[in-house]
Design a protein around this ligand. Structure first.
Ligand SMILES: Cc1cc2nc3c(=O)[nH]c(=O)nc-3n(C[C@H](O)[C@H](O)[C@H](O)COP(=O)(O)OP(=O)(O)OC[C@H]3O[C@@H](n4cnc5c(N)ncnc54)[C@H](O)[C@@H]3O)c2cc1C
Length: 438
């Protein structure tokens, strides 16, 4: 089976690896001049900065082994203090005064309010119902901001946070958390030379099968005989691109699928602003989330406090995630304006006064898909609209979870579905492909 993987982000690279292991021939088409999509790193002036993700929450051992990078894993270290910007002040969380101020006494009554989770509840709607207006609303804002740079009133409690959804469906959140055996959480991790070294190593394994600077303009089904991808013939294809790109490519032959993506799949824009400051001015800890929604950055991370080798001696790195669903216009500000605004915010909240010794901005006009209420149903419906094309699969952050481990799993699952459709045929090979095509 000859498969075109369109998109060389982590979902596409994962799909390509799985397909190769299953014996398929693969070509990966990637529009950019480097692989990895949102996962990329840059080292300059002694700073090591990430284009997108900074911390991976779950292990990816098999992928790291395939890339030969297991020995390069670095776990977070040092104090992981987090601050919350609330009521115009940076408060250390979760200090007692913070928790009481956030309505903790009412939150503890949650077992008495444990109604089954309704699938149409927003994250804020659900958590307010359970924990009360103050604690529920604050927790919803922090979760939406921290994971999606999102809006707690639009994100689905069930679909944007499946583990919370599962707890919500089976009773009291607090009682279930108390009853659970306390398994230690796996530590957050990155790689010694940055997360970008992962797609680089994976793509080295692909060799000439990876085409960079190859933005696919035309994906065309050829009857039931496969697909033409920019003029080349393939038996099957994996679309591992953002929702808008998938909609554009499928519009000529699957207009209802494209329409569904355009109507229901949205993303929030983000500009990642890296700033270098004298070390003594930057607090030691994980970072700060903006609960008020009044700062230019929905969150500011302190990567050099948590990971080795992120800033030169005597300096510290602050990574501000600007814009997001609540304030998308901040992500679009010209760089000088954004730097001035973030500096003013950092001075007011954390007392960081110096001019930055290092500035780098990375813009993502459609950064993080927003899993609004009904996301799971929209995903099912959209996939069904591709039922006429059984050898076309979709994968990536728009579909099955936005974290890097989610998109890696999504790419691998798309590849496995293709492989199983083909191997199910009794004759194998070309006959099986014909059979899978229907
Ligand atoms: C600022 C930021 C911070 C994040 N932080 C974290 C974090 O801390 N932890 C975490 O786990 N996740 C984080 N994420 C989320 C995670 O990085 C992404 O969800 C994930 O990397 C998306 O992978 P993907 O392969 O689905 O999509 P992408 O990375 O978007 O890859 C899609 C690829 O398709 C290519 N493409 C598009 N159109 C075409 C075309 N027509 N032809 C060929 N190629 C095309 C694009 O160039 C791109 O390379 C963060 C994301 C951002 C933006």
């Amino acid at each position: 089976m000859r498969v075109a993987v369109i998109g060389g982000g982590m979902a596409g690279l994962s799909a390509a690896g799985e397909l190769l292991r299953g014996g398929a021939e693969v070509v990966v088409f990637e529009a950019a001049d480097r692989p990895g999509g949102m996962v990329g790193s840059r080292g300059e002036q002694g700073f090591l900065t990430e284009d997108g993700p900074n911390f991976i929450a779950r292990p990816l051992d098999a992928l790291l082994d395939a890339a030969g990078l297991r020995s390069q894993v670095v776990h977070t270290q040092g104090p992981s203090t987090r601050w919350v910007h609330r009521g115009g002040r940076a408060l250390e969380a979760p200090g007692l005064s913070f928790l009481l101020g956030a309505g903790m006494p009412r939150a503890l009554l949650e077992p008495f309010f444990a109604r089954p989770l309704r699938e149409d509840l927003s994250l804020r709607g659900f958590l307010v119902q359970r924990l009360g207006a103050r604690a529920g609303s604050l927790l919803a804002t922090l979760m939406a901001t921290g994971v999606y740079a999102g809006d707690a009133d639009r994100l689905s409690a069930r679909d944007a946070f499946p583990r919370l959804g599962a707890l919500g469906e089976s009773g009291s959140l607090i009682l279930q958390l108390l009853r659970r055996k306390k398994a230690p959480r796996p530590p957050l991790w990155n790689l010694r030379r940055g997360l970008g070294s992962l797609p680089l190593a994976l793509s080295a394994g692909l060799g000439a099968r990876l085409r960079l600077g190859a933005k696919v303009a035309l994906l065309e089904p050829v009857g039931r005989e496969g697909f033409q991808v920019d003029g080349a013939r393939f038996d099957a294809a994996v679309l591992a691109v953002p929702a808008q790109a998938a909609a554009d490519l499928c519009r000529p032959f699957a207009p209802r699928f494209s329409g569904a993506l355009e109507a229901g799949f949205t993303s929030a824009p983000v500009t990642v602003l890296h700033l270098g400051f004298p070390q003594q001015e930057v607090p030691r800890g994980f970072g700060m989330l903006d609960a008020d929604g009044t700062l230019h950055a929905t969150g500011a991370l302190f990567p050099s406090s948590m990971l080795p080798g992120r800033a030169p001696e005597g300096q510290a790195l602050v990574t501000a995630i600007c814009g997001g669903a609540r304030n998308p216009h901040y992500a679009r500000l010209p760089e000088a304006e954004l730097v001035a605004a973030v500096r003013a915010d950092l001075e007011r909240t954390l007392g960081i006064r110096s001019a930055p010794s290092y500035v780098r901005a990375v813009r993502w006009p459609a950064a993080i898909p927003q899993y609004a209420v009904g996301h799971r149903d929209r995903v099912r419906a959209a996939r069904e609209l591709l039922a006429d094309f059984p050898l076309l699969e979709v994968a990536g952050a728009a579909w099955d979870g936005v974290g890097v481990p989610d998109v890696v799993a999504s790419g691998a699952a798309a590849a496995a579905r293709l492989l199983s459709k083909v191997s199910r045929g009794p004759l194998g090979g070309a006959a099986a492909i014909r059979q899978a095509r229907g």
